[in-house]
Structure formats: structure tokens, C-alpha cells
Design a protein around this ligand. Structure first.
Ligand SMILES: [Zn+2]
Length: 248
């Protein structure tokens, strides 16, 4: 069976294929993550090849045949190319990190309209000067983890289930965050500062983040990286965001 499908999409990656063509991976609104071929896309005159750049929010039409693994792109139009992201190194890095999460941790052909909407929304927030891109990255990351089924609980203690409150506490990657009483009575837990707990609480509850230090943002990103590696075996961290060395 063959059909013509039309959907919004965000371009995740672009690879050369054969002598003249391109393969792009896209996260689409209606069909999840798919790969499509752009015949002749490497020709400098190919408009489709130019539009199909990673990060771009596009509308695509695909000629889909069930007997083929690779589907054929028949048209692509720009909805947004996020000009302010591309002229700012920090914004570019965090946006590419988000794209990398989608590329690595979603399953081919698995539809998730809510995730698609969240992805487009976070890219437009990074494009407008809403908040530091690292904070927006953190907001998206927590949303994404909950979509994957690994929500990071920031309100109730992972052991006694009471409210964590505004104090410092503890964590390990199995129990998640725990209250200060459980931290003191259970050996083997790591310390979590009140600032770190409060930061994640704000991210989870759509509260604006005030006066945050870059050191804390870095700690939070490292935490998310390790949390994800713990829960998703095979995840090797985000390569496009060098959060351990070049954090700005
Ligand atoms: Zn507790």
C-alpha cells in the first residue's frame, strides 16, 4: 500500500546518501520519528536539501510505501528556522542537546503529539529570550523524562512520601529525592542542597527561576545526565552539549 502523508516535523539529523541524495531523520507530529530520503538533495540548487537542516520546524509531504524502509520526501516547507537560536552559541548547544534527546530516546514510528508540541514550544522559547537556555533545557528534560515514564519526583519524599519542603535533602537514582529526615536516617544517600531541590521543583511546577548560579545549573545538568543513564541502560549521555567541560 502507498499513500501521501502530510505532517509537521522537526528535523533531527541530516546524512549524505549515495552520490547525490540525503537522508533526514525527523520527529513528526502525526507519525513519530521517521527517516526520509531526499533524492538529489545534495545538489547545491536543491531547495529541499537546504530547508532540511537540523532544528528546523517544517511541514513535509512524504510518499509512503509500506514495502519500503526509507520513505521518499516529496516536499518540505519551513514553518520556523529559529534565527536567534542559530546566531547564539549557547542557544544552539542547548537546542541541539534537546534534539539529541529526541533522536536517541524515542522509538521509530511511535506517535507522541504531546511531546511534539512540547518540542516545538521549547524551541520557540529558546528562540525568544525567555530564560537562560540551560533552564529551558532543564524544563524540557523533566517533561521529556515524565513522557518516557521516568518522572523525577520533586514534591514528595521517595522514601516516606511526605512533602520534601524547602529544606535540603538527599537522593539516589532509585529512590529519587528524599526529605531531610530520611536522608539522615538512611545511610548511603547523596546530599541534595536546598537550592538544587528548589530548582528542580521550580522546573517541574512551571515556576520562574530567580538568581540561579551557573554552578548550580551545571550541577543540575550533570544530575539529569546521570539520572537518565541510570534509568535507561545504553544511553551514553548528550554529546552535543559538553556540559562537563565547556559550560558557560
Ligand atoms: Zn522522607
Amino acid at each position: 500500500m502507498s499513500e501521501i502523508i502530510k505532517t509537521e516535523a522537526v528535523v533531527l539529523s541530516k546524512l549524505n546518501y549515495g552520490d547525490t541524495s540525503l537522508i533526514i531523520s525527523v520527529f513528526t507530529e502525526l507519525y513519530g520519528k521517521i527517516s526520509v530520503i531526499i533524492k538529489g538533495g545534495r545538489n547545491p540548487k536543491s531547495k529541499m536539501g537546504m530547508i532540511a537542516d537540523p532544528l528546523n520546524h517544517v511541514q513535509i509531504v512524504v510518499y509512503k510505501k509500506d514495502t519500503r524502509d526509507l520513505q521518499l520526501l516529496s516536499s518540505i516547507d519551513t514553518i520556523s528556522h529559529y534565527p536567534r537560536i542559530k546566531e547564539d552559541l549557547d542557544k544552539t548547544q542547548y537546542s541541539l542537546a534537546i534534539i539529541e534527546l529526541i533522536k536517541k530516546l524515542t522509538v521509530e514510528n511511535e506517535v507522541n503529539k504531546k511531546l511534539f508540541k512540547g518540542l516545538v514550544r521549547i524551541l520557540s522559547l529558546i528562540d525568544s529570550d525567555n530564560e537562560h537556555p540551560s533552564i529551558l533545557f532543564g524544563r524540557f528534560y523533566l517533561f521529556f523524562l515524565s513522557e518516557l515514564g521516568y518522572a523525577l519526583q520533586t514534591s514528595e519524599c521517595g522514601i516516606c512520601k511526605k512533602e520534601i519542603g524547602k529544606n535540603s535533602g538527599g537522593f539516589n537514582f532509585d529512590t529519587g529525592f528524599v526529605c531531610v529526615n530520611c536522608f539522615e536516617s538512611h545511610p548511603g544517600l547523596n546530599f541534595a542542597s536546598a537550592e538544587l531541590l528548589n530548582y528542580f521543583f521550580c522546573l517541574n511546577n512551571k515556576i520562574s527561576v530567580q538568581n540561579i548560579s551557573l554552578v548550580l545549573l551545571k550541577q543540575a545538568n550533570i544530575f539529569l545526565d546521570r539520572y537518565t543513564k541510570h534509568h535507561i541502560p545504553g544511553f551514553n549521555g548528550i554529546q552535543s552539549l559538553n556540559i562537563f567541560n565547556n559550560f558557560k
